[in-house]
Design a protein around this ligand. Sequence first.
Ligand code: 6PG
Length: 244
Amino acid sequence: AEQPKLIVAADAEALAQAAAERVMARIAANAGRIAICLTGGSSPKKLYQLLGGAPWRGKIPWDRVHWFIGDERFVPDSDPLNNMAVARATFLDGNAPAGHIHPIPTTADNPDRSAEAYALELQAFYGSESLDPARPLFDLVLMGAGPDGHTASLFPGFPAIEETERWVVGVPKANVAPFVPRVSLTLPALASCREMLFEIAGHDKQAILTRLFNGETLPALRARSNGETVWLVDRAALPEGIRG
Ligand code: 6PG
C-alpha cells in the first residue's frame, strides 16, 4: 500500500473543515451508492457536527449514502460510550434514512457474536464474502490514532491486528479507556476503501504522532488503504522540529 499523504491544518477547526471537504469529494466521486465507515472517540466529533449543520447537511445526498462504523465499544446503544450512538446523535438521526445507518450490534451474547453478525451485514451489503481489490468495500474510512498507537480497536500486540481472513473480530479487552470489550473491523476490511482518512489533532497527540513519524510499526501506521491514505494533522499535534 502507498505511503500516507500528510496534510497539515492550522488548528482543530480547520482540520474538521478539511475533513468535511474530503468527505464531500468522495461522495461527489461516486454517482451510485456510497459507503462511509465512521469512527469513534473524540477525533471525529467536530467533523460530525459540521456534517449535521449548514452548509454540509444540505449538500449530502442522504438517499445514496450508507454509514458504517469501524469499531464499537461493547456497550448498549443507549450508552453514551457507544460510538454509533454518538454519530447518530451528532448528525445521522433526522438526516440519514434509518436503513442506511449500519451499527455494530451490541445486543449479542459476546463481542465475537457481534463481530460475526456485522461481518454478515457487510458482506450482504458488498454482495460477496471475499474482497475484490478492484471493487472497494468503502468509499471512505475515517480513522483516529490513540495514545498507544491503536486505530479502530486494533491495539498494539493484540492478535486482532494480525487477522488476515475475518472482516470483523471481537476484542475481549481494551488497551486504553474505556476498558470495555470492543468489536473491530480488521486491517484487510478497513483497507478495502478508496480513501482512509486519519484525523489527528491536538497537543495530546504529539507524542504518538512522533512515534508514528519515526516509523514504529504500530497499528495506526499499519492501517493503510488499498487506495489513498491521508493523515490530516493539526499543527498542535506535529512533532517538535517540523512545526515550522
Ligand atoms: C474508539 C475509537 C478509536 C479512536 C482512537 C482515537 O472507539 O475509541 O473508534 O479507536 O479512533 O481511540 O481516539 P480519540 O479520538 O478519542 O483520541
